[in-house]
Write a protein that binds this ligand. Structure first.
Ligand code: G
Ligand code: G
Ligand code: MN
Ligand code: NA
Length: 255
C-alpha cells in the first residue's frame, strides 16, 4: 500500500508531530498531566488521523519506531515542564497492544533515558487498552510489574468499552482508569451513564486506582464528575490537543 512507504518517509522527514492534551486535576483545577497524541502532517493529503495510520504502522512494523519517537518528544518537554511549572508533571503515552508486547528491554531503555535526564519513572504514564489484558498472559503481567518497579505508571484507556472483565483489575497492576468518552457524552441527561460513571469511580478508588474522565466538553459534566469524586478530567472543555509550544503557554498562564 502506498501509505506504508509514505509512512517510512514521514518518519525520516519528520512529518509526524506530537500534540499534547491537558489532563486537569478536578480538586485543584490545575493541569497536572498531558496525553501525547501523534499527528501526521502529510505534504499532499494534509492531516492524517492516527486512527488511520497506527494500524498501518502496526502491520508494517513501524509502530515501535513511532512510539519511540513519541517518547523522545515527551522526554524533550517533560524536564522543562517539571522544572518550570509543575514538579510532578506527567506525560501519558498511548501504546497499542502489539507495541506493548514487543521487545521487553524497550521500556527499560526509556527508564534509562529518563534517569539520564534526572527524571523519575513517574514522569511517564503508559496507556494500554483492555484488549491487551484479556490475554491474561504472565508475560504481560511481568511487563506491567517491570514498569511498576521502574516507577512508570499505567493507565487503562477507553475503560468500559472493551470486553470488560473486572477480574483483571485484581490481577494486573494499574494506576489509572480512563473512563471512555462514550460514558461522559450524555452524563448530564442519561441516568445509566451517570450510574456507571459513579460506580466506576467508587470501584476504582476502593482498588486504589485514580480515575481520569475523557471527553469532558461541558461545565456540567465536569461538575458532576467532581461531585462524584473523579480525580482528573480531559476534554475540549479544558483544552484540545495542541503543539507543545502552545501547550506550554497554558502551563504558563496558570502560574
Ligand atoms: O487525538 P485522536 O484523534 O488523536 O487519537 C485517535 C486515536 O489514536 C486514539 O485512540 C489514540 O489513543 C490513538 N493514538 C494517538 N497517538 C497515538 C500514539 O502515539 N500511539 C498509539 N498507539 N496510538 C495513538
Ligand atoms: O483512545 P484515546 O482515549 O487515546 O484517544 C482520545 C481521543 O479523544 C483523541 O482522538 C482525542 O483527540 C479525542 N478527544 C479528546 N478530548 C475530546 C473531547 O472533549 N471530545 C471529543 N469528541 N474527543 C476528544
Ligand atoms: Mn489515550
Ligand atoms: Na480513551
Amino acid at each position: 500500500m502506498r501509505l506504508t512507504s509514505e509512512l517510512r518517509t514521514a518518519i525520516a522527514e519528520q512529518q509526524l508531530e506530537v500534540h499534547f492534551q491537558a489532563i486537569v486535576s478536578l480538586a485543584s483545577g490545575t493541569i497536572d498531566k498531558a496525553e501525547a497524541l501523534i499527528r501526521w502532517q502529510h505534504p499532499q493529503l494534509g492531516m492524517i488521523s492516527p486512527v488511520e495510520f497506527i494500524p498501518i504502522a502496526e502491520s508494517c512494523g513501524l509502530i515501535t519506531q513511532i512510539g519511540d519517537y513519541v517518547f523522545q518528544q515527551a522526554l524533550l518537554w517533560i524536564k522543562k515542564w517539571r522544572s518550570r511549572y509543575q514538579s510532578q508533571f506527567q506525560i501519558s503515552i498511548n501504546q497499542s497492544p502489539m507495541e506493548f508486547q514487543s521487545d521487553t528491554t524497550r521500556y527499560l531503555n526509556w527508564v534509562q533515558q529518563l534517569h539520564q535526564q534526572g527524571l523519575p519513572g513517574q514522569a511517564i504514564c503508559i496507556e494500554i487498552t483492555e484488549g491487551l489484558l484479556l490475554d491474561a498472559s504472565t508475560k504481560i503481567s511481568q511487563k506491567l510489574g517491570q514498569l511498576r518497579d521502574a516507577g512508570i505508571q499505567v493507565a487503562l484507556d477507553d475503560f468500559g468499552t472493551g470486553y470488560s472483565s473486572l477480574s483483571y483489575l485484581k490481577k494486573f497492576k494499574i494506576d489509572y482508569l480512563k473512563i471512555d468518552q462514550s460514558f461522559i457524552r450524555n452524563l448530564s441527561s442519561d441516568e445509566s451513564d451517570l450510574a456507571l460513571s459513579e460506580a466506576i469511580i467508587v470501584m476504582a478508588h476502593k482498588l486504589g486506582l485514580k480515575v481520569v474522565a475523557e471527553g469532558v466538553e461541558s461545565a456540567s459534566q465536569s461538575e458532576i464528575l467532581s461531585a462524584a469524586g473523579c480525580d482528573f478530567a480531559q476534554g475540549y472543555l479544558f483544552a484540545k490537543p495542541m503543539p507543545a509550544e502552545q501547550f506550554e503557554m497554558l502551563l504558563q498562564q496558570q502560574q
